[in-house]
Design a protein around this ligand. Structure first.
Ligand code: NAD
Length: 373
C-alpha cells in the first residue's frame, strides 16, 4: 500500500476552489497545484490559499511529473476531453458531473480508464449528501423493507449561467437525480446499473434558448429499469423557464417505510411508516451528520458553507455536506485503500441514463437501451 500523500491538482477554480481547503487539511493529500485559464484569477486563488504551483494551460499541468491526481471542475463540454487526456498522461482523475455529453465519450472514458489502470471517479455530490447517506443507512438496517420504487428530481433555474448552459438539454445533466436511485441498490463490487430508459419532453423553452442544442423541452421526465432487478425509477429535470426553487431530491418507496426528501429548503425529510393509523403515517425526521466517517481534520467541512457565489449557498452545507466525503473517497481510491465510488463504468452508466433519456424524448418516448461497457 503506497504510504505517500497524493499530490492533487485542481482544474477549474469556481466550484472547484471549494475543494482546496479540504485537500489541504486531509492527512493523505498534498494540495499541490491549481489550474485555470485566466492568469490574474489563477494568481489570486494561489495567493489566497498559499499554493505555489500554478498552470494557466491544462496540457502543461499534465506534463508536471509531480502531479499524481487531477480533480477537474471545468465547464461541462471539457469534462470528457480533459479526463481522457489526464488518464492518458498517467494521472488519477476525479471529475465533476456529468462524465460527458455523448455515449461515445462515455465509451472512450471507460476504455481509457481500463487501459491506464488509474482511478477515475465522477464526483457526484448527491450520493455523499447527508440525506442520501441517511436513506441508505435506513435501507441497510432493514427499516425501509423491500425497495418498491425510486424517484429523483433536480430542478434548477440556470438563466444567466455561463455560455455552455443556455438551452442545455435538461437530461444531459441528470446525474444528481439518477445517481441516488442506482446507488442505493448497489453493493460493494456490484453496482446497480440502468438497463433501458424512456423519456418524455414537456413544455417549450424560449426560442433563443432552443437553437444552441436543438432541444425545445422545459421539462424532461424519464423512467428507467434497473438491470437484474424488478425496480424501476423515475427522474425529472428542468433548467429553463420553469418556476421552482432549486431542488435536488430523492424518494425511496419501501414496503415497510418510505423516505421522502424535503419539498423546500429548510424543511426536514419525511418518513412514512406502514401499518400506523392514517394521521401517524408521516413523520418528519432530522437527518444526522455523517462526519464521523471521515478523518478528523476534514470533518468540519460537512457543515454549511455560505458562499453566495456558488450552489452550496442555496443547497446548504456544501451539497448536503458531500464535498469532504467525495475528496476522501477519491484519495482512498488513489492510495488503493478502497474502490472509487462511482468508478468509471458506473459513472458512465449514470451519465448515459440522461443522454439516452434525451434521445428518447426526441423520439417521442421510445424505449432506448443503454450500452453496457
Ligand atoms: N453539485 C455539483 O456537483 C456541482 C455544483 C456546481 C458546479 N458543478 C460543475 O462544476 C463545473 C464548474 O462549474 P462552475 O460553476 O465553477 O463554472 P465556472 O464556469 O464558474 O468555472 C469554470 C472554471 O473552469 C476554468 N476553466 C475553463 N476552461 C478551462 C481549461 N480549458 N483549462 C483549465 N481551466 C479551465 C475556468 O477558468 C473557471 O475557473 C461545471 O461542470 C458544473 O456543472 C457541479
Amino acid at each position: 500500500m503506497p504510504s505517500k500523500r497524493v499530490r492533487v491538482a485542481i482544474v477549474g477554480l469556481g466550484f472547484g476552489a471549494e475543494f482546496i481547503p479540504i485537500y489541504q487539511a486531509h492527512p493523505d493529500a498534498e494540495m499541490y497545484a491549481i489550474c485555470r485559464r485566466n492568469r490574474r484569477e489563477l494568481d489570486e486563488c494561489g495567493d489566497r490559499f498559499g499554493i505555489k504551483t500554478r498552470h494557466a494551460d491544462f496540457n502543461e499541468l499534465l506534463k508536471d511529473p509531480n502531479v499524481d491526481a487531477v480533480h477537474i471542475n471545468s465547464p461541462i463540454p471539457d469534462h470528457a476531453p480533459q479526463s481522457l487526456a489526464a488518464l492518458k498522461a498517467g494521472k488519477h482523475v476525479a471529475c465533476t458531473v456529468p462524465l460527458g455529453t455523448s455515449v461515445e465519450e462515455c465509451r472512450q472514458l471507460v476504455e481509457a480508464q481500463r487501459k491506464s489502470g488509474k482511478v477515475y471517479m465522477m464526483m457526484e455530490t448527491v450520493v455523499y449528501s447527508r440525506e442520501y447517506l441517511f436513506a441508505r443507512e435506513l435501507y441497510d438496517r432493514g427499516v425501509l423493507g423491500r425497495i418498491q420504487f425510486l424517484r429523483g428530481s433536480h430542478q434548477q433555474d440556470m438563466d444567466g449561467w455561463p455560455d455552455y448552459w443556455p438551452g442545455l438539454p435538461p437530461m444531459w445533466y441528470a446525474t444528481h437525480c439518477v445517481s441516488p436511485c442506482l446507488a442505493i441498490l448497489s453493493q460493494p463490487g456490484k453496482p446497480a446499473l440502468a438497463e433501458h430508459v424512456s423519456c418524455y419532453g414537456s413544455g417549450r423553452i424560449r426560442e433563443e434558448l432552443i437553437k444552441r442544442y436543438d432541444s425545445p423541452f422545459a421539462v424532461e421526465t424519464a423512467t428507467f429499469k434497473v438491470k437484474d432487478s424488478d425496480v424501476a425509477a423515475e427522474v425529472t429535470r428542468s433548467l429553463f423557464d420553469v418556476a421552482r426553487q432549486y431542488r435536488e431530491s430523492f424518494d425511496v418507496t419501501g414496503s415497510r417505510a418510505s423516505f421522502e426528501w424535503q419539498q423546500v429548503e429548510g424543511e426536514e425529510p419525511v418518513l412514512h411508516f406502514k401499518g400506523l393509523p392514517e394521521p401517524q403515517i408521516p413523520r418528519r425526521v432530522k437527518v444526522q451528520d455523517y462526519a464521523g466517517r471521515l478523518p478528523e481534520p476534514i470533518r468540519k467541512f460537512t457543515g454549511a458553507i455560505h458562499d453566495a457565489t456558488h450552489l452550496s449557498f442555496v443547497q446548504g452545507g456544501g451539497h448536503g455536506g458531500s464535498h469532504p466525503h467525495l475528496a476522501h473517497n477519491f484519495l482512498m481510491a488513489c492510495l488503493d485503500r478502497q474502490p472509487a465510488f462511482p468508478d468509471a463504468p458506473t459513472s458512465a452508466n449514470w451519465t448515459m441514463v440522461g443522454i439516452c433519456a434525451h434521445q428518447s424524448a426526441l423520439k417521442g418516448g421510445d424505449k432506448v437501451p443503454l450500452p453496457q461497457f
